[in-house]
Design a binder for this molecule. Sequence first.
Ligand code: PMP
Length: 447
Amino acid sequence: MTAREPSRSEQLFDRARRILPGGVDSPVRAFGSVGGTPRFLASAHGAFVVDADGTELVDLVGSWGPALLGHAHPEVVDAVQRAAARALSFGAPTEGEVELAELIAERFARTGPDGVRLAPIERLRLVSTGTEATMTAIRLVRGATGRDLVIKFAGHYHGHSDGLLAEAGSGLATQALPGSAGVTAATASQTIVLPYNDLDAVRAAFAQHPDQIAGIIVESAGANMGVVAPVPGFTRALRDVCHEHGALLIVDEVLTGFRSGPAGYWGIEVDAGEGYLPDLVCFGKVIGGGLPVAAIGGRADLLELLAPLGPVYQAGTLSGNPVAVAAGLATLRLADDAAYARLAVAADAVATGVSAALTAEGVEHVVPRAGTLFSFAFRAELPRGYREVQDQRAERYPALFHAFLDHGVMPPPSVFEAWFVSASHDELAIGRILDAAPAAARAAASL
Ligand code: PMP
């Protein structure tokens, strides 16, 4: 028997590991929790990615969120090319930044069933990554309150700044790194990690640390331990508890913003009669349309504590980069009602179709959802927090994943990630996913 010639991805992964730690620049890409060799990608269009061997795959990762419209939308690419031809970076203010900030503020507003209009984004600062956005939001709530402690929830991921790596979901959850080496005990001790959807635990923390808690940071809907939506009214109650105690609420919409619905998961809660005004909101992913843009928005009095107006320092050489801003602007402008309607149809079709295939094979599972975001958990009941997410037949996922991959479909390479469809997932793309689903479900059932 002759050995199989290694694929181009395998060759590249070997080469990559000799220079990039683990062969990747961000851990989940290494396929650590599903095994095998990550596909190196060469190009993408619409709902499809093409790997280094020329194999076309239906993409369910969507660059982990930004590819709301699908990959390489011609109008976005055109906007980027035109911006790049004008300048790659100025390090000076531009009209585009103002337009993007105005558009985010205008879109992230909602009138609830009670007729009250909520518009939380009074000011906004652009940064380059979600990590920067949440890190700055934390600094702002500390600066505003003069307090040190911050509450976060187990299984919620807010990027990799030290204080927020007290315990994390995505990546860390799958790779069994408890917190992270290199985070000092002193820094970690400034963070209180509580179970999600547990208001009593939040109240107890405030009682235990009177006048010491600056604020709470919460994902608008948990989407970094698989999808775990808040119980209705939970996030609004967090805001109320914060304000009772002179603390502030940071809602992290980096993943959900302009993705789980047109005004993020916050908008879904407003529509459901659970509306509230967060103090600060973090954005990322979709607002950059695939290039590095993120933002902190919220109350004017808080945002104006930032330098140059106020005492809270924050800066960035590439913040509001004109090419990245052009991608974000084009993406948000194209994200109209029709695009969100296509996204919803695709999410329903994939979630329902894969679920039906799993049921047909007798695989116990639930499909937690947060608007157009969904994931699969191999357990009987919807998880409400990190401990329940851990309590599932997670070992079924690698088999499901690889069977999909063998049939030309790329789901996220971990059971603890959300599935991302796009407005370009049309009948052809959905059909390919549903055609592959029975084999994937059989593989999951075989364990
Ligand atoms: N917050 C949330 C909710 C996220 O999902 C992520 C990234 N997945 C981040 C923050 C960090 O964003 P970035 O990777 O751009 O630093």
